[in-house]
Design a protein around this ligand. Structure first.
Ligand code: SF4
Ligand code: SF4
Length: 277
């Protein structure tokens, strides 16, 4: 199978902190030793990201990245250096911080992916915040929700509510112990009717053996600077790229075969970084 064309814009997912004001029952980080860590030396991180070769988008996530004490400063510095900046947020930050994010990313906007956590957030208030933000944010907005068994019956109604407001609504399968939970056939049908994982049309994609640009034009970085090819790579502690803060950090030059059986990295999937059909 041939690789897809060279992705002109690379993407880095930066998990800039483990801190979060929520404690969702399905959070994949809830077993971490410390939920109180964040990237400390922001100028070194900014220098490392802005020194990447070619054109890059940086996708900020956590934890809850807007709880990082230097979030707004990091966004402003990355945007000023010409990077496209996107964010994954639970949307609980103050309107002042959200407005500042919109203003600072106006030149080269990305995606604001708003995670609706039904154990904490009221969907109507959540939509109100997005309606308030929309006129001042130049980028795209989508809403995601985790399809726990309890949530699943509510998701079609929520999808209709957000889609009616012109906002894409995506579902994410629940994971336990690194794997998607054992949904029944009826639950799988319900998930696929909602578009599958992040509208990919699949619940647990498997691209084993296919050439993928992750590791060359996509990678992930944690709050300490440790970089891996993609999320499954970090999960299995394989294909470590080094610390982005160190001279040893290196990216591949070409697409390489995927060695994993479950790909939950929707950024490379949706940016055409591997053949998905
Ligand atoms: S908002 Fe996100 S990071 Fe925070 S507890 Fe929930 S799933 Fe985890
Ligand atoms: S798991 Fe996904 S992102 Fe990672 S190498 Fe495989 S196809 Fe690429």
């Amino acid at each position: 199978m041939s690789a897809t064309p060279y992705p002109l814009e690379g993407v880095v997912s930066w998990n800039m902190n483990t801190t979060c004001n929520y404690r969702c029952s399905y959070c994949t980080q809830r077993f971490k030793d410390s939920r109180k860590q964040w990237a400390r030396d922001l100028p070194r991180f900014i220098e490392a990201f802005t020194s990447l070769p070619g054109d890059w988008e940086i996708k900020l996530s956590g934890g809850e990245p807007l709880r990082h004490p230097g979030f707004s400063e990091a966004v402003a510095a990355l945007a000023a250096a010409g990077m496209r900046v996107s964010v994954v947020t639970n949307l609980s930050a103050s309107r002042e911080i959200l407005a500042r994010f919109a203003a600072d990313t106006a030149e080269r906007p990305g995606l604001l992916s708003a995670s609706l956590h039904l154990e904490y957030a009221d969907p109507v208030a959540f939509l109100d915040t997005l309606r308030w933000l929309a006129p001042q944010y130049a980028g795209r907005v989508c809403v995601t929700a985790v399809a726990t068994r309890d949530n699943l019956p509510r998701l079609p109604g929520l999808s209709a509510m957000f889609e009616e407001a012109g906002i894409r609504f995506k579902v994410q399968p629940e994971k336990q112990d690194r794997e998607v939970i054992a949904y029944t056939a009826a639950e799988q049908d319900a998930l696929l009717a909602l578009g599958g994982h992040n509208h990919t049309g699949r619940i647990a994609p498997d691209f084993f053996g296919r050439p993928c640009w992750a590791g060359a034009r996509y990678f992930i970085v944690d709050h300490l600077g440790e970089a891996w090819r993609c999320y499954p790579a970090r999960r299995y502690r394989k294909e470590y790229l080094g610390s982005i803060l160190s001279p040893d950090f290196s990216l591949a030059f070409e697409a390489r075969p995927c060695p994993y059986r479950y790909c939950n990295c929707t950024v490379p999937q949706q940016r055409g970084m591997m053949p998905t059909h």
